[in-house]
Design a protein around this ligand. Structure first.
Ligand code: PHE
Length: 457
């Protein structure tokens, strides 16, 4: 075993890493994004592709990103610079760290706005307007909320302030404690919610929609969208896993620790789907209506459940806490870089990074109201940033990770760091990095781009 090059902090145990990585993975991606992405892409085919993407593409990529992080033991830019130097004789691959950090901050700018919606819903659940079980009323209530620029900006600011507060105090201790509490309770509430929604909603149709062979054919844009969902929920490609891997004790086996995170995250996503779609079908909500889906469907359940207002408050609050765990992972790489490379104190680094995200986030919050007429390319500012980050930048970053760990890094370095020997499992992982992950991503990306130009011609 070679010498570790720095003596920075470490997770107290393997479990602590699993908790932190799970905390970063489970958030709005599985509970908000997964249902509306499934709905926008027509159900079963998308879900099947997403599952394949998670296990065949996402899982090996996660292993790679954590592995790079542990080998570098620095912020993602310095880690990639150092490994690049070591393996290729130049620092060019540090660009991959820059890409990841920039993508993470862009994601956070709208993630925080949506997390603000959940906070607002937690605050309002007790005093929410009467919906009378009507989907139209639910939609109108949410539309009225979104039209209120001041509220959106305010809740976005409250959420980011919480992120700044936690990150400024240092990630390791607080995060571990928060996740240990938040995740089990959220899971419990979700289970109750699934039970209620399956018994009171249209369960049969929902199950068929999610797992049946839906009519929609599989094409390149669908594949790209499924990859995007997998990367987004697993927190791949923004340097977060690299940053958390940097604190991983040297004797922890990365593949098994990672698999726990993957499975938990898939389970939560599917549970979210099984909650939302029975409600949507029962109340006649269009599954493809977009990012408002969860916020239109859930209040109808909370209104009808016994004790639902309290339950709703709790659920949205815990969802906001889960989003906090993810948001922390989105800023930590940038903060670590600013502290390590720019010599800033932690609070100052946080202030600078979060301040920038706050400003961009305001324009995103306004894209739902004051700036809703500003439309280009994919739609509003929010639509564009969402598409650019998840369907363009995350896959690019993933290709970079695969190429670096499969082709640039020599076999002995990666096998040493992964500690799984050079047996068949290692060769499988390496084949993923060298061949099928980059080929699948490049192939689907090129095909989707061509299809897009074809549609416009
Ligand atoms: N995985 C998080 C979620 O699903 C979002 C996220 C992406 C967090 C990338 C960190 C890094 O909500």
């Amino acid at each position: 075993m070679r010498q570790r090059r720095s003596n920075q902090g470490q997770w107290s145990s393997r479990l602590a890493f699993v908790l932190a990585a799970t905390g970063s993975a489970i958030g709005l991606g599985s509970i908000w994004r997964f249902p509306f992405a499934v709905g926008e892409h027509g159900g079963g085919a998308f879900v099947a592709l997403y599952l394949v993407a998670v296990f065949v593409i996402g899982f090996p990529l996660m292993i790679a990103e954590v592995m790079l992080g542990r080998r570098g033991r620095r912020n993602p830019i310095s880690t990639m610079g150092m490994l690049s130097e070591e393996e290729a004789g130049h620092r060019g691959w540090s660009a991959l760290g820059v890409l990841g950090i920039a993508t993470g901050l862009l994601i956070l700018s709208y993630y925080s706005v949506v997390a603000g919606w959940t906070l607002a819903h937690a605050a309002r659940a007790a005093s929410a307007p009467e919906l009378g079980g009507s989907a139209d009323a639910a939609r109108a209530a949410f539309a009225a909320f979104q039209a209120d620029a001041l509220q959106l900006v305010l809740w976005h600011s409250v959420f980011l302030a919480a992120v700044a507060w936690v990150v400024a105090r240092g990630v390791e201790g607080g995060l571990e404690r928060m996740v240990t509490f938040t995740m089990p309770v959220l899971l419990l509430l979700l289970l109750v919610l699934v039970g209620w929604s399956m018994t009171h909603g249209d369960a049969a149709r929902a199950v068929d929609y999610l797992f049946g062979a839906s009519g929609a054919g599989i094409d390149a844009p669908l594949i790209v969208a499924a990859f995007a969902q997998a990367f987004f929920t697993l927190s791949i490609g923004v340097g977060a896993l690299m940053a958390y891997g940097a604190y991983l004790p040297p004797d922890t086996r990365i593949p098994s620790a990672t698999l726990t995170v993957v499975v938990t995250n898939v389970v939560v996503s599917l549970l979210a789907g099984l909650t939302i779609f029975p409600l949507a079908f029962r109340h006649g909500i269009d599954p493809g209506e977009g990012p408002g889906l969860v916020f239109n469907a859930l209040p109808l359940a909370f209104e009808a459940m016994p004790g639902g207002r309290l339950f709703g408050t709790l659920f949205f609050l815990l969802l906001a806490l889960a989003a906090l765990g993810s948001a922390i992972a989105l800023v930590e790489p940038a903060v670590a870089w600013a502290v390590e490379r720019r010599g800033l104190t932690r609070p100052r680094a946080v202030l600078g990074v979060v301040g920038a995200v706050w400003v961009v986030g305001i324009s995103i919050a306004l894209s739902f109201n004051a700036l809703s007429e500003v439309r280009f390319w994919r739609g509003t500012l929010f639509d564009n940033l969402e598409f650019l980050t998840s369907e363009v930048l995350l896959p690019l970053s993933a290709i970079g990770i695969a190429l670096f760990s499969g082709w640039v890094m020599c076999r002995s370095s990666s096998s040493e760091e992964l500690e799984i020997g050079v047996g068949s499992r290692f060769m499988l992982w390496r084949a993923a990095m060298r061949w099928w992950v980059p080929l699948a991503l490049l192939g689907s990306g090129v095909a989707a781009t061509l299809a897009w130009f074809g549609d416009r011609a």
